[in-house]
Design a protein around this ligand. Sequence first.
Ligand SMILES: [Zn+2]
Length: 595
Amino acid sequence: MPGTHYEIAAHDVHAHLFEVRCTVPHPAPDGQRFRLPAWIPGSYLIREFARQFSDVSAEARGAPVAIHKESKDTWRAAPTSAPLTVIARVYAFDLSVRTAYLDATRGYFNGPAMFLCAEGHERTPCTLDIVAPTGDAYARWRVATTLAAESVDARGFGRYRAASYDDLIDHPVEIAEFAEVTFAARGVPHTVALTGRVDIDGDRLARDLQRACEAHIDLFGGTAPFERYLFQVTAVGDGYGGLEHRDSTSLVCRRDELPRRDLGAPNDEYVNFLGLASHEYFHAWNVKRIKPAAFAPYDLSRENYTRELWAYEGITSYYDDLVLARSGVIEPARYLELVARTITTVLRMPGRRRQSLADASFDAWIKFYRPDENAPNATVSYYTKGALVALALDLTLRIGGDASLDDVMRRLWSRFGVRDIGVPEGEIERIASELGGDAARDIFARCVHGTDDPPLDRLLAAFGVELHLRPAASANDRGGKPGAAPSPSAAIDAKVASDMRIQHAYRDGAAERAGLSANDILVALDGLRATPDTLAALLRRRPGERVRVHAFRRDELFDVELTLATPVADTCYLTLVVDPPPRAAMLRNAWLGSA
Ligand SMILES: [Zn+2]
């Protein structure tokens, strides 16, 4: 039976409109129903993609067929026995990696935001025609996607096929004039398709990504689970994000995060980019193939709950930077700097005492993806704390004997990922406990189901790594290094933006106790105009001193008395012990590879 056929074309680049057609050869006799996903796998928020659909019509053999909406994201056509085509215009002007974009510089789309799913035809193979835009301006546009090509021209326009609707929507498509960097990792061709105004050292990028990709492949046994892999990279002035797929990833990064031709050792910006690419690449195993049973299959019409998102995002966040160190792309000391920054980020979230990682996973749909001014007080990030728990598990398994988190991942891979079986809730904990016994079980009880911090100071010490804590040296101090400037002697326990607006007033802190809240605008401190400089001067005074603070809440001026607090030592840096004891040296070598 012929499957559903799709066609996508740029309808009007300046209006940012694609035209998408979906043809069902044998529509349901009582009226074919179509549904658009409400969310995209990898980004756990109901996004209502149907908001961007307009001018929806249907036809059969050239004659119009009535079609009406049954709910926010479903349509039903009148009964017909002839092949039925639904036509829609889709507005595409979102620079994120989650939906779609179209202007005179590039086109990009994700299937869930564009392609209607014909009810009853979800599992049948389908085809997609990607139509080349007409006009000289687009003569150099090409297609970059991992969809299987059936008959395409030299630029990649033409017909593609997919095994099912789920397969169709897991291959985002870039249509643009793009730069291309290629390399092989363990024999598998990899392509980086770069859009945006970039001038980079492509050889350097290929070399570093190749080393990282090979380390990932080796971790899972040396054979990649895909026949080719594509990094779709869009460089912009300011932006950041990535989304994982089975055979590809879409990344948005800042232009200055890509390697210049004269770059020596990787700078912070480039390490940030490599970490993002490494993160999404690891997801090709962890979450795209080793996936929660709750996602097998995805129900794209509503929230899919799991209490283990922390393992899929946190373990991935742990390995993204670790693999850069293991493969020698960054030095071990640099890696420890990144770990210390993650520790700092987590220590600055009072919400980690109120929300467990399991609860944060479950509530991602309403909390993590919808942060507000109270988020640091009420929630924990399953990315950052999840990465620290992954680190704690890895170190625990290594101290306990001849195992590591690598072994947990390999068991998940061989028992579930390779076999395409969803991982039941609790299975990751069971496997970690098989390998690490009570010590591993204890970390789950205290740091995953409970709200304890992972005991990293004790664990790292066994690897000849010392954990140090100090107060922040300034508002921009992210941790990772010993403080250069003298630390402030006092604190107001609030995060204040450069326009003197309070972004967060931390729970049980000095600002909150004084009656100050997020979004208040500081006007004067002890009678002097509030500026970043007068605030910094204030923080050089002694804890316990009282300060008169004038502020606006909405348009109402008020004043309060604030008692300066003692700064919290929430800023972390890690140091390698020189000449550690032999067992610590052995453990450290095994953990960091080239250490
Ligand atoms: Zn991720």
